[in-house]
Design a protein around this ligand. Structure first.
Ligand SMILES: Nc1ncnc2c1ncn2[C@@H]1O[C@H](COP(=O)(O)OP(=O)(O)OP(=O)(O)O)[C@@H](O)[C@H]1O
Ligand SMILES: [Mg+2]
Ligand SMILES: [Zn+2]
Length: 523
């Protein structure tokens, strides 16, 4: 029978846990110096080792021959804990509906000393799912834990844990695991399993896992199962894990490049006929355009764009034929389309109109469209193609008033200490949020609003960024994290570069500089 990798390779010793050095060192030191606490809170993203470490800890504190803080793995107690038959470990899942009952049971049981070993370790998984009642019942127990009892609460959402519980627990934060640490681990396991794999394939999986070792192992499982008995190549992994099929998009883009409306609409039709959701189709196409733009501007795309080598060739080729200005305009149109599709019953028509707009830059009079036309003309001129009497484009381009910039004197407000504090701890704070890579990249710089001291702003480049960050749940999560840090209410504002005035952006940029300068000066 095939056992899933993440079950087969559950770490049995502290030394086998990857990427959680701080946590492990502290726990081992406690065991070595016999200063064991009675209540622990393990927080962190899914699949980073919380439950595994809790079990190893339970073994180590009960083991008959512990070595250097590690359990021996061979004594009766270690073995019993490993096979789940030990009375020294009681596991409960707070997400199951009998949370209250289970906690009550714990409360009744904690009085008894374990029949063997020193401690009974209660592992409460998904602790944030405990109901208020269950929390209160648990709190009673935490207030006076008998000396032979250890509680380990594990959660992916520390923010949902009551303060009263938090203050009684030692808190350990499990970090997202770095892609290269994950990749290293996967390589080791593949060797043990006798599966050969390309580095690039493994790196891709490690990146997709976004910090979670369990996700990495499940992805690896899927890829192995798909190509059983064959080498894991990058292309195979991509196709097994369903990297978006780019064939449709490269065809659509080819049609756009040729300004062939019929072909473009044909692709849209095909997508619909094959049962694709048009909103998804359009947002995936946005990604395709984004990849093109990157291909145009960045030499080495490793890690930025995941495509099979064949698709990558097509992408590079299409990028060569496009201008950056055009691509930016396409992305803008498509992201606009993507947000209007969400609320529209006329998805098909809207999509078709947008496709036509993409190809008819002549009908657009905004600056980007004009720039794009200039680009096209230049390209034609270079190739020696006569430019069709180009509607005197040059005259239409608004002439930038190039007065020697008489900089308006603006008085920026003082930078608040709270914002400085936030700015200092920002990388760490962002790390603690359960958010995707994209979002992480966009919120890398909190800026104090030039108008309101209690507001932080994030500048986003376009509508995609704006939509992504305007998610209420996400904003709430960020707000709570900030407020917890500085102990004060705070507002968050997302400023879209496309719709904000130049003055507003300049002011924000100036504010950003000021914050950075003051912080550097203090250091
Ligand atoms: N730090 C790690 N080092 C090595 N393997 C790990 C690590 N974290 C997770 N794994 C792998 O993932 C599996 C699941 O890990 P574990 O159950 O400990 O995660 P968790 O943090 O408790 O996740 P969840 O939040 O979903 O409960 C383990 O069996 C192991 O194979
Ligand atoms: Mg767990
Ligand atoms: Zn032992």
């Amino acid at each position: 029978m095939y056992t899933a990798l993440y079950r087969k390779f559950r770490p049995k010793f502290f030394s086998e846990v990857k990427g959680q050095e701080t946590v492990i060192t502290t726990l081992k030191n406690q065991i070595k110096s016999d200063r064991i606490g009675h209540a622990y809170l393990f927080c962190g993203t899914r699949g980073t080792g919380k439950t595994s470490v809790a079990k190893i800890f339970a073994k180590a504190v009960n083991c008959e021959n512990p070595k250097d803080g590690e359990p021996c793995g061979e004594c009766r107690i270690c073995k019993a804990i490993a096979d789940g038959s030990s009375m020294n470990v009681v596991e409960m899942d707070a997400a199951s509906n009998n949370g209250v009952d289970a906690i009550r049971q714990i409360r009744d049981d904690v009085g008894y000393t374990p029949p063997e070993g020193r401690f009974t370790v209660y592992i409460v998984d998904e602790a944030h799912m405990l109901t208020d009642q269950a929390f209160n019942a648990l709190l009673k127990t935490l207030e006076e834990p008998p000396s032979h009892v250890i509680f380990i609460l594990a959660t992916t959402e520390a923010r949902k844990i009551l303060d009263t519980i938090l203050s009684r627990c030692q808190r350990y934060d499990f970090r997202r695991i770095e892609p290269d640490v994950i990749a290293g681990h996967l390589m080791e396991l593949l060797k043990i399993e006798g599966v050969s794999a390309e580095d690039k394939a493994v790196d891709y999986i490690a990146r997709m896992a976004d910090g979670s070792m369990r996700d990495a192992l499940s992805l690896l499982d899927q890829a192995i199962a798909f190509y059983l008995g064959q080498e894991l190549t990058y292309d195979r992994v991509l196709s097994a894990l369903g990297g978006v099929d780019t064939e449709l998009f490269s065809r659509l883009y080819a049609a756009i490049l040729e300004e062939n409306i019929k072909d473009a609409l044909e692709v849209v039709n095909e997508a619909m006929m094959s049962g694709r959701d048009l909103s998804l189709f359009v947002s995936d196409f946005c990604w395709y355009l984004r990849n093109l733009l990157l291909a145009k501007n960045v030499g080495d795309l490793t890690g930025l764009v995941d495509l099979s080598s064949q698709d990558m060739e097509i992408l590079q080729d299409q990028a060569k034929q496009s201008s950056a200005n055009a691509l930016m305009r396409y992305i803008e149109i498509c992201s606009e389309l993507s947000s209007s599709l969400r609320f529209s019953a006329q998805k098909r028509i809207l999509t078709e109109v947008a496709m036509i707009r993409l190809m008819k830059s002549e009908s657009d009079t905004d600056l980007t469209a004009l720039l794009e036309r200039m680009d096209k003309m230049e390209a034609k001129l270079e190739k020696g193609i006569p430019v069709r009497q180009a509607e005197t484009v040059v005259n239409v381009v608004p002439v930038q008033e190039n007065k020697p910039s008489e900089k308006k004197k603006i008085v920026l407000p003082a930078v608040s200490e709270d914002i400085k504090e936030l700015k200092r701890v920002w990388p760490e704070l962002v790390e603690s949020l359960d958010i995707g890579k994209m979002v992480r990249a966009v919120i890398k710089e909190p800026i104090q609003s030039p108008k309101k001291e209690d507001t932080i702003c994030f500048i986003v480049e376009n509508n995609i960024g704006y939509d992504t960050l305007s998610d209420e749940k996400l904003l709430d999560e960020m707000k709570t994290a900030c407020e917890e840090r500085i102990g004060k209410k705070i507002q968050i504002e997302i400023v879209n570069k496309l719709s904000a005035g130049k003055e507003e952006i300049d002011l924000l940029e100036a504010m950003k500089e000021k914050i950075n300068m003051e912080i550097t000066e203090e250091e």
